[in-house]
Design a protein around this ligand. Structure first.
Ligand code: ATP
Ligand code: MG
Length: 414
């Protein structure tokens, strides 16, 4: 993409009321735009990153037999009344709205109830099981505090997968697969080295659930990390009993601030029972389907990456999620430089290397500052100087020094 065609502009200052680093940088670089607290528009650059994260998650969900679908944002109160969760006393984050035709609907904060009801139309026999279904969908939550930028939206994207198994053994096996898939997702998106599988409270159907917590100063959570074992427990389960279960002692744990980037939970028959999701087993007995749920916030993950990997100049995207692989910057406005820039840009296109081409008529200082702020992993400069040397000036966003190399050599590094 040519930067002269990109409608978004970078800016020197973020809005005065924006206190989180992720939103400040993402707004300044033109990835997102703030509508109001906890509500953000994804601009073209931001959408590219979000889609890259989404695609990594999608690949890992498909690899564990997930089938993608989309449930609705508008929610029927009847299905939620069956589990008691339409009540604001039970679920305190609801947004609700009146229909002109009479009656009230909710805006989905999560989807256990509606997906369980959908499955009653498709699951009736043991032969129909297991089923694993997921979506990327906008959730609405009336969060009290929305000061963490895109890490805590009142409107935000969630990947939620729901598992439907015939029995506990099926659920237990799938739960481990999902946990492994989550590990791959956080590794691939560049936060794996500081993300801990964290023991959390489990509800009525299992002793523990698990959160995936990324250690980060901007986090709103506290976890207790066992470095050697690479696991953690959260505040709720920091008890003698849990420590004994895990064979660790309080002294071995270090308290850290963290961000919950995902969680996995064994639901058992908590939803299938009240909503009548039953199947007939091989002996003809009627049984409740055994469920699990598995959430990740792609937008929270994007914010987390920015919090973790940025520096004083701007964002530093890992290759796998960056909006473009290469930022091509031409300096000066001589016809030779422009022709060389255009040619190189066309070549990148032909090779399928996603490239942002800074073809704007701006001073070098401004172009470099924007390039650092936007944070594309590799910057390639073409100028009078590089043309004379017959080379390209290549700099990794994470490196301090640029390197001169010829085109062949550069293409090999890709
Ligand atoms: P938290 O404890 O941080 O409020 P939660 O436990 O309510 O989150 P879940 O209901 O388990 O979150 O949602 C699944 C995932 O969705 C979370 O692990 C997180 O990655 C993401 N998520 C939850 N709430 C938000 C939000 N307000 N904005 C962005 N992402 C969110
Ligand atoms: Mg939580």
């Amino acid at each position: 993409m040519r930067q002269t065609k990109l409608f978004t502009k970078t800016r020197k200052e973020a809005p005065a009321d924006e206190v989180s680093k992720n939103a400040q940088l993402l707004i300044r670089a033109g990835y997102i735009s703030k509508e109001m607290a906890g509500v953000y528009t994804f601009l073209p650059l931001g959408l590219r990153v979000l889609k890259n994260i989404e695609q990594i998650i999608r690949e890992e969900m498909n690899a564990i037999d997930g089938q993608e679908m989309i449930l609705t944002a508008l929610q029927d109160k009847e299905v939620w009344e069956k589990t008691g969760r339409f009540s604001d006393d039970v679920m305190d984050v609801w947004f609700k709205t009146e229909l002109n035709a009479g009656g009230v609907v909710g805006l989905a904060p999560t989807h256990e109830e509606p997906i369980t009801r959908v499955m009653t139309n498709h699951i009736s026999s043991y032969k129909d099981l297991p089923v694993y279904a997921y979506q990327f969908q906008t959730k609405f939550r009336n969060e009290v505090r929305a000061k963490s930028g895109i890490m805590r939206g009142r409107e935000f994207l969630m990947k939620d997968l729901y598992s439907f198994d015939a029995d506990q053994a099926g659920l237990d096996a799938y739960y481990e697969k999902a946990s492994d898939a989550y590990k791959k997702i956080f590794d691939r998106t560049g936060v794996g080295h500081v993300t801990y599988k964290t023991f959390a409270s489990g509800g009525a159907f299992s002793k523990y659930s698990h959160e995936f917590q990324t250690v980060c100063e901007a986090g709103e959570d506290l976890i207790y990390v066992h470095e050697a074992k690479g696991v953690a427990v959260n505040k709720e389960v920091l008890t003698d009993e849990a420590l004994q279960d895990l064979g660790i002692t309080r002294e071995e744990l270090v308290e850290k601030k963290s961000i919950e980037v995902g969680n996995i939970f064994k639901l058992g028959t908590k939803f299938s029972e009240p909503l009548g999701l039953m199947y007939t087993d091989e002996e003809g007995n009627s049984k409740s389907v055994v469920m699990g749920c598995y959430g990740i916030g792609p937008s929270r993950l994007m914010g987390t990456i920015v919090e973790l990997l940025s520096d004083e100049k701007g964002i530093v995207w890992p290759e796998a999620v960056a909006p473009f692989r290469v930022h091509l910057v031409i300096l000066g406005n001589s016809p030779e430089v422009r022709v060389a820039g255009d040619l190189f840009y066309e070549k990148m296109k032909t090779l399928g290397v996603e490239t942002l081409y800074d073809d704007r008529e701006l001073r070098p200082g401004e172009k470099f500052a924007d390039s650092d702020l936007i944070g594309i992993p590799t910057r390639v400069v073409i100028s009078e100087k590089t043309l004379q040397a017959g080379k390209l000036e290549v700099k990794k966003r994470t490196a301090t020094e640029a390197q001169m190399m010829d085109e062949e050599e550069f293409l090999r590094t890709l």
